[in-house]
Design a protein around this ligand. Structure first.
Ligand SMILES: Cc1cc2nc3c(=O)[nH]c(=O)nc-3n(C[C@H](O)[C@H](O)[C@H](O)COP(=O)(O)O)c2cc1C
Length: 143
């Protein structure tokens, strides 16, 4: 018997106007409520006006949600960074339909990880690759 598979998708985008902690929270709350109906989980990281978001769930559901999100005028230049098919038990954000992580305001977030986020934003090779970066975000969310 084969295990259930899910799709993980990561994209990057640039906010068309800066987000505050409050507007980031509002967006996360809305995404959380919507994603609960879709059984999509994930995390939205924000840094220096850029979003790095991971979506995971049923492949068709994730693809159509991504197409919807990409049309949102609150950001632009959405670019896919990662698409993977993994076993359901490898879900990274099983506890959150949508979580958010503000890199700029998390004071104890290690410099190496901040730098990796900046490298990814600037299309450079990062010391910490994107999937591992989300594992680090998850650690901080659990705190
Ligand atoms: C960076 C970013 C991430 C988003 N993530 C999600 C998400 O995970 N789920 C979601 O439903 N909407 C997300 N949205 C919002 C959607 O683009 C859209 O505004 C929303 O789903 C519309 O909800 P409604 O159909 O209930 O009005 C995101 C928007 C932005 C700018």
């Amino acid at each position: 018997m084969s295990a259930m598979k899910i799709k993980q998708l990561v994209y990057i985008s640039k906010a068309t106007a800066p987000f505050t902690s409050a507007s980031l929270k509002d967006l996360t709350d809305l995404a959380n409520a919507n994603n609960a109906k879709l059984n999509v989980t994930g995390c939205m990281a924000y840094s220096a006006g850029y979003f790095l978001q991971l979506l995971e769930g049923n492949a068709e559901t994730v693809d159509s949600l991504y197409r919807k999100i990409a049309k949102d005028t609150r950001h632009k230049g959405t670019k896919l960074l990662l698409e993977a098919t993994v076993d359901e038990d490898r879900r990274l954000f099983g506890k959150w339909f949508m979580s958010s992580f503000n890199v700029d305001t998390t004071v104890d977030f290690p410099q190496e990880l901040k730098q990796s986020m900046t490298d990814i934003i600037n299309d450079r090779t990062a010391i910490v690759p994107v999937h591992r970066l989300f594992m680090e975000f998850r650690k901080y969310l659990g705190k």
